[in-house]
Design a protein around this ligand. Structure first.
Ligand SMILES: Nc1nc2c(ncn2[C@@H]2O[C@H](COP(=O)(O)OP(=O)(O)OP(=O)(O)O)[C@@H](O)[C@H]2O)c(=O)[nH]1
Ligand SMILES: [Mg+2]
Length: 194
């Protein structure tokens, strides 16, 4: 299976929140706004801008589903916990995250949780992780944007993240410098085929 064999499938807004029904196995990307979810998907797909990215937090406002090899869903969720969006929009987007996870629980083979390597896990990450744990979903933690920090800072960030998400796989990644992508791809494929 090649992750570059990918097409846009659909967008789902909370207002529409009509469950779509398909039995495709699914990988989902979650994390705070601006952490690099859409960028990492482009990097995995080897596409420049199939998944829309922005330097302004809050770019992704719908659940955007992409289909790989005509049979696996890869879904980009809006960033959670971004207070500056205003309370109503923030609550709606946080709601879309939890609604979508519950809706697709049977198909979800992995939740990729992105944590900014520079910011470390925040309360909103811990809350989201608790929710994912309650649903019993398999998790991989990605430390994102590691090109922005030095080696020492990265070691500290990894140690802190290991503490916060005890026992989980942690993969340090840079989408811009293409570090850690092969490892993430391997982990994703293992979840889809096992
Ligand atoms: N230096 C660096 N910048 C990155 C990396 N990944 C993403 N960015 C930048 O971070 C910003 C946000 O990236 P996005 O991929 O749009 O983040 P997102 O998590 O999808 O954000 P929302 O859709 O708002 O939730 C953009 O300006 C990206 O260019 C990385 O690995 N290294
Ligand atoms: Mg995005």
């Amino acid at each position: 299976m090649k992750l570059s064999d990918v097409k846009f499938s659909r967008s789902i807004a909370l207002a529409e929140s009509e469950a779509y029904i398909d039995s495709n196995k699914e990988i989902i990307f979650v994390g705070r706004s601006n952490v690099g979810k859409s960028s990492i998907m482009n990097a995995l797909f080897q596409k420049k801008d199939l998944v829309k990215t922005s330097s302004r937090p809050g770019k992704t406002k719908t659940a955007n589903v992409f289909i790989v090899a005509n049979k696996y869903n890869f879904t980009d969720l809006p960033g959670y916990g971004f207070a500056k969006l205003g309370k109503n929009l923030k609550d709606a987007l946080d709601g879309l995250n939890s609604w979508y996870l519950e809706e697709r629980i049977e198909q979800l083979k992995k939740v990729v949780v992105l944590i900014d390597s520079k910011l470390w896990p925040q309360q909103s990450d811990i809350d989201m992780y608790g929710f994912i744990q309650e649903l019993g979903l398999p998790v991989t933690i990605v430390l994102s944007k590691i090109d922005k920090i030095g080696k020492n800072e990265l070691h500290k960030s990894i140690a802190h993240t290991q503490k916060a998400f005890f026992g989980q796989e942690i993969i340090p990644v840079s989408s811009t410098k293409k570090i850690g992508l092969k490892e993430l791809e391997k982990s994703i494929k293992l979840s889809l085929t096992s």
